[in-house]
Design a protein around this ligand. Sequence first.
Ligand code: ZN
Length: 315
Amino acid sequence: MSVEPRGQSRSPGPAPGSIDIGGITVTPFVSSRFRLDGGSMFGVVPKVLWEKKAPPDDANRISLNSNSLLIETGGALVLVEPGMGSKYDAKQREIYGPRGGEAVTALGAMGVAPGEIDIVVLTHLHLDHAGGCTVLDAGGRAVPAFENARVMVQRLEWEAATAPHPWTRGSYRTEDFEPLAGSGLLELLDGDTDVAPGLRVELTGGHTAGHQVVRISSSGEEALFIGDIVPTMAHLKLNWLMAWDIDPVEVYGRKAALLEQCADRRALLLTAHDPELSACRLRRAGRDAYAVEDGSQLCAASPARTAANPEESDA
Ligand SMILES: [Zn+2]
């Protein structure tokens, strides 16, 4: 199945940069770019090690993407991760340096209107993943960005976000998800769930209470959107974990199992935040690490990502 043209400006055939997973069309694209403190992204890993893989700017921030997926399966259009959106004040802009804006803008560049999205899947509700769930209306009120989409998130995550522990409160912003509560669009999941043909979410916890990953499998082919269990390709060593993880031991175990599956099954790994490479295949690199397989630069220069955000060069 291919992503058919949805606007007069689109040419027939799959969108640029799309990948076929056993007949399911997956189009990775960049919703936005931003920066986060490198220390927070690598936890206890010394800077002298991580700075070689993720060079920081003069404020110690590293470059990150909000990588999203557009998936067409079984007649449904599914958006995985609406990204961080653009509802940020001056102070937040100074901290995160968001650039590029909204998933709705990036989708528009591919000829997909927000109202055409049937399902939105969120790995979790941290601001850099859920910000794009809502947009500001003419009156400055946050409203759902995808008016016809069922928004799927784990019940555990919803509870963690709406009544956050003081330690995690800063990562959640109510304006990103509370407008969904009364909209009839919200669908709370209890554990592993099939959300569309060939598309399954799996509860991992670890990073947050209700963090989930998204598995795409069809006709013997497989891809895994691993969310914040492995945020970038610089995190392929098992013990390179983020300071944000609420349960790093749980993340370690999930990461070991998921990366082993990807390597053994030749599954495509899709990341939420890598600034260069949103998809790759893996090879083992010693006892406790994996590496990007040579020649798997599948999405390194996807035309979709530059077309979606033409103002972004990130040079
Ligand atoms: Zn994240």
